[in-house]
Design a protein around this ligand. Structure first.
Ligand SMILES: C[S@@+](CC[C@H](N)C(=O)[O-])C[C@H]1O[C@@H](n2cnc3c(N)ncnc32)[C@H](O)[C@@H]1O
Length: 377
């Protein structure tokens, strides 16, 4: 059957790919369609046709999954922020586990057996402490749209509230709407400051306070099990992991290129009377060679929490050559993480003991993972 753009067809969904799209098949052609669930039969309209795959929009669910639930947000499907509000939360966790295990197997050549079940968020709505509101002039309608980028990635969908954001941010959205920026194209970051942490306006902080204790517990548990005495906390932001783990090591050093974040890290450590650590304002690439010489490799753990693009190959190569006893890799991007873990483990230099996923981003395609790598003797 030769498909054409605009064709309306019935499709059975047999998987949910990482990113949230359901996967169906028409003979040899893979068809991706959002907002569906594995096992469902749906009516879709073909919107994009390529040689090996097609994209379609959902028209109707013909046989709904028992895991289908009513989304809490009225903008779900139009706003590009959430992908899974139609899926029961327990099922979201199982589905994310499968997606991570699939990705790690395919990209990282990693056994799926090391991936632990996903730890869920106690608050699957109203959890985000940071959002970015955009404004865009809508010429045809002659009005300023204030909200989030739409699912189709082109225009701003006006929103009055965001169901995954903390209530305090929803109050701020109302304020932005009542005092709109003068012209389109403006981005406004709204944020709830964490209690007891100094965070400069443009510096990074974990964006879900509700699951943060579990994230810290996981890192501490991995670190304690590895037995290292020194911690090198790379991409340390305002010192979060180094400070939280200061009690389980003799000394630590945090590295971060955001100078204001490093100034805040020093204040955060001082406020807690933590004095077994230091913070360096520099790119990781510039200081890591010297730092790794400073501590004995057998007693050192290196924590990596890079941006979404992952680590530089040279940084990973340096770790392979110097072979610290443990590498703890924290990431919100499982695909780049799988790529980097594959490099670290190549030729049996490091061994991946465990991956702990945590659902820091309920209702969305994103998920946080912490990996525990040990050097092989
Ligand atoms: C995902 S955040 C992690 C921050 C911190 N670990 C936390 O949990 O709050 C990544 C951080 O890496 C920093 N960063 C990115 N590239 C860097 C580099 N090449 N050298 C040093 N820091 C870098 C960013 O400024 C950001 O603060």
């Amino acid at each position: 059957m030769a498909l054409k753009l605009g064709d309306k067809i019935n499709l059975t969904i047999h998987d949910l790919a990482f990113g949230g799209e359901g996967v169906g098949r028409v003979e040899e052609l893979v068809v991706f369609v959002p907002f569906v669930i594995t096992g469902e039969t749906v009516e879709v309209e073909i919107t994009e046709l390529k040689k090996n795959f097609a994209r379609a929009k959902l028209l109707r669910v013909l046989t709904p999954s028992p895991e289908r639930v009513t989304p809490e947000c009225r903008y779900f499907g139009a706003c590009g922020g959430c992908q899974y509000q139609h899926l029961d939360y327990a099922a979201q966790l199982q589905m994310k586990h499968k997606q991570i295990a699939d990705l790690f197997e395919r990209i990282g050549k990693i056994s799926r057996a090391v991936v632990a079940p996903v730890i869920g968020c106690p608050q699957p709505y109203g959890y985000r402490n940071r959002i970015m509101i955009r404004s865009q002039w809508n010429g045809p309608a002659k009005r300023l749209e204030i909200g989030f980028i739409r699912t189709d990635n082109k225009f701003v969908e006006s929103i009055e509230e965001c169901k995954i954001a903390e209530p305090a941010l929803n109050a701020q959205i109302q304020h932005v709407r009542a005092n709109p920026p003068p012209k389109g194209g403006i981005k406004v970051v709204l944020r709830v400051q964490p209690e007891n942490w100094e965070v400069p306006r443009d510096s990074f902080f974990q964006n879900n306070f509700f699951l943060l204790p579990k994230l810290v517990e996981t890192v501490r548990e991995f670190l304690t099990a590895g037995g290292a005495r020194h911690l090198i906390d790379l991409y340390c932001g305002v010192g979060f992991f180094g400070i939280e783990a200061a009690g389980v090591v003799d000394s630590f050093v945090g590295v971060e290129y955001d100078r204001l974040a490093i100034a805040a890290a020093r204040q955060n450590a001082a406020a807690r009377k933590i004095n077994n650590g230091e913070f360096i304002a520099a790119p990781v690439e510039d200081v890591l060679p010297e730092l790794l010489k400073k501590f004995s490799a057998e007693k050192t753990a290196v924590l990596l929490d890079p941006p979404r693009k992952g680590c530089w190959p040279a940084t990973l190569e340096l770790l392979r050559q110097t072979r610290p006893a443990q590498v703890i890799y924290v990431s919100c991007h499982p695909a780049t993480m799988a790529r980097d873990l594959n490099l670290l483990c190549a030729d049996g230099v490091f061994e991946l003991a465990r991956v702990q996923p945590l659902d820091m981003f309920p209702q969305t395609q994103h998920v946080e993972c912490v990996a525990d790598l040990r050097r092989r003797n």
